[in-house]
Design a protein around this ligand. Structure first.
Ligand code: AP5
Length: 193
C-alpha cells in the first residue's frame, strides 16, 4: 500500500496527473476540490457554504474538508492506497490527515510536489477558464488570489512533510507524459524499497 500526496499550486497539473496515476497504480483518488464541486452541483448546504468561498478563490474551512476526507477513507476500507489531490492545504489539515491514517495503521509514503512558474500557472488557468465554466478560473484577480492562498496557507504543508523527509520536487512544466514519467519514477523507487 502507498499513500501519495500530489502537491502543488493551482494549475500545476495535480488533477491531470492524478487521473493517470490512479490508473497506473490502482489508487483511490481523493480530490477535495472535486468533492466540493459535486456538493455544489447537488445543491447541498455544505456545497452552498463552500461555493461562496471557492468562487473568490479562498480556502474552505479545515473542519469541512477534514470531515469529507475522513468519510472517504472510511468508505474505502479495501483501498490499495490513496492519492490525495488538493489536500492537505494547511498545516492543520496535514496533522489531521496523519492522525486519520495512523488510526488505520498507515501513513503518507511520499509528497510529490509539482514545481511550475507563476506565469505558466496563470496562463493555464486563464486558458481553461475560456471553456471550463469554473467560476474560479474566470479572471486574473481570482486566479491571483488562489495563488496567494497557496503561498500564504498551503506552502507550509511542504515544510511540514519535509521534516519527515517525505517531499520530492518534480518539474511540472513540459508535456503531460514527461511529467508522468518523472512522477512514476519517484513512486516506483519507493515501492521497491
Ligand atoms: P481544487 O479543485 O483543488 O483546485 P486547485 O488546487 O486550484 O487546482 P486546479 O484543479 O485548478 O489545478 P490542478 O493543479 O489540479 O491542475 P489541472 O490538472 O487541473 O480547489 C478548488 C477550490 O476548492 C480551492 O480554491 C478551495 O476554495 C477549495 N478547496 C479544495 N480543496 C481544499 C482544501 N483541502 N482546503 C480548503 N479548501 C479547499 O490543470 C490545470 C490546467 O492546466 C488544465 O487546463 C490542464 O489541462 C492544464 N495542464 C495540466 N498539465 C499541463 C501541462 N503539463 N502543460 C500544459 N497544460 C497543462
Amino acid at each position: 500500500m502507498i499513500n501519495i500526496i500530489l502537491f502543488g499550486p493551482p494549475g500545476s497539473g495535480k488533477g491531470t496527473q492524478s487521473e493517470k496515476l490512479i490508473e497506473a497504480y490502482g489508487l483511490i483518488h481523493l480530490s477535495t476540490g472535486d468533492i466540493l464541486r459535486r456538493e455544489i452541483a447537488a445543491g447541498t448546504a455544505l456545497g452552498l457554504e463552500a461555493k461562496t468561498l471557492m468562487d473568490k478563490g479562498n480556502l474552505v474551512p479545515d473542519e469541512v474538508v477534514v470531515g469529507m476526507i475522513s468519510a472517504a477513507l472510511d468508505e474505502n476500507p479495501q483501498a490499495k492506497g490513496f492519492l490525495f489531490d488538493g489536500f492537505p492545504r494547511t498545516e492543520a489539515q496535514s496533522i489531521a490527515l496523519d492522525n486519520l491514517l495512523a488510526e488505520k495503521n498507515t501513513e503518507i509514503g511520499v509528497v510529490l510536489a509539482l514545481d511550475v512558474s507563476q506565469e505558466e500557472l496563470e496562463k493555464r488557468l486563464l486558458q481553461r477558464g475560456l471553456t471550463s465554466g469554473r467560476p474560479d478560473d474566470i479572471n486574473k484577480a481570482i486566479i491571483s488570489n488562489r495563488i496567494v492562498e497557496y503561498q500564504t496557507k498551503t506552502m507550509v504543508v511542504s515544510n511540514y512533510y519535509s521534516k519527515f523527509d517525505k517531499v520530492v520536487h518534480v518539474k511540472g512544466e513540459g508535456t503531460v507524459d514527461t511529467i508522468f514519467v518523472s512522477l512514476r519514477s519517484e513512486i516506483d523507487k519507493r515501492l521497491s524499497n
